[in-house]
Design a protein around this ligand. Structure first.
Ligand code: MG
Length: 281
């Protein structure tokens, strides 16, 4: 694969990504796919879906786990509803995440992405040890499928995430870096975090955001690429420094406004193409 192919976050029937016809229209060669519902993960649907991707010339580079009942309405709601952290849904979601990894394998995808939820920042918190255990369990399942598990950044500062990765201690555990999430959740400046996480970065999102007036308490605002506080030229320069050559996967989480989403992703593709040629020129 060429260095830094453009990608976009896509959805079939679940998640906030763009639909595949839009991916084709934009001429984007790679996607991160939000896992479809279980009813769309049958052998027949998988065969049909693979044929469609081949026709469109699109490669899935990462399948993202997602679950019924997750809500990103505000930061406190994320803490209680997202990922494997909420205790009451943990066992069922862990089982489903393994099924999603199986689906990814059947789609020939080597990376599984996940918003694991708010890992406690203090390792003395009893939940911390439980999350270590469940993460090892999922990593080991992915390892049997020759897959990496890529944790999405944002809910914790880079130092906390680094300690967590070390404590889980599995060779196939990596990071999906999302610079906008660092800003949205108020978890630190993205580019120093990217440098610290360096060799753990296996996939990334290109998403932009502005800081909240009360970082960590209320959301910052997700905005079109290039209009926020990320600084994409510096972002690509830093990706180059840490040796990242994988896809630049654009995310714009306004699925409720599909026309605007398509137009803004088109603008993001143009911006990234321009920055890529500037940096290689
Ligand atoms: Mg993201």
């Amino acid at each position: 694969m060429e260095k830094w192919p453009i990608g976009v976050f896509a959805s079939i029937d679940a998640g906030l990504g763009v639909h595949l016809d839009v991916v084709r229209e934009l001429g984007v060669p790679t996607v991160h796919l939000h896992s479809p519902h279980a009813s769309s993960r049958t052998p027949e649907k998988i065969s049909a879906f693979k044929a469609q991707l081949q026709e469109y010339g699109v490669t899935i580079t990462c399948v993202f786990g997602g679950f019924e009942g997750e809500s990103y309405a505000d930061i406190p709601t994320v803490k209680t509803t997202v990922g494997l952290v909420p205790a009451e849904t943990r066992a069922a979601r862990t089982k489903e995440l393994k099924e999603i990894a199986d689906f990814a394998r059947q789609m020939d995808v080597d990376q599984v992405g996940l918003h694991i939820g708010f890992v406690p920042h203090e390792s003395s918190d009893p939940t911390y040890a439980e999350i270590l255990e469940v993460t090892r369990d999922v990593c080991d399942h992915c390892a049997r499928l020759n897959q990496t598990l890529n944790l999405e950044t944002g809910q914790e500062p880079a130092e906390v995430l680094l300690r967590f990765l070390g404590d889980v201690d599995r060779p196939n555990l990596f990071v999906n870096f999302d610079p906008a999430n660092m800003i949205l959740y108020g978890c630190g400046e993205p580019l120093p975090a990217l440098k610290k996480l360096g060799s753990y970065i296996r996939s990334i999102h290109c998403k932009d955001a502005t800081w909240s007036a009360q970082p960590g308490e209320t959301w910052g605002e997700e905005v079109p690429l290039g209009e926020g506080d990320v600084n994409f030229k510096a972002y690509l320069t830093t990706l180059d420094e840490i040796g990242y050559t994988g896809p630049l996967t654009i995310e714009r989480e306004i699925a409720q406004e599909p026309e605007r989403q398509k137009a803004e992703i088109g603008g993001a593709v143009a911006l990234l193409d321009r920055l890529k040629s500037e940096l290689s020129g």
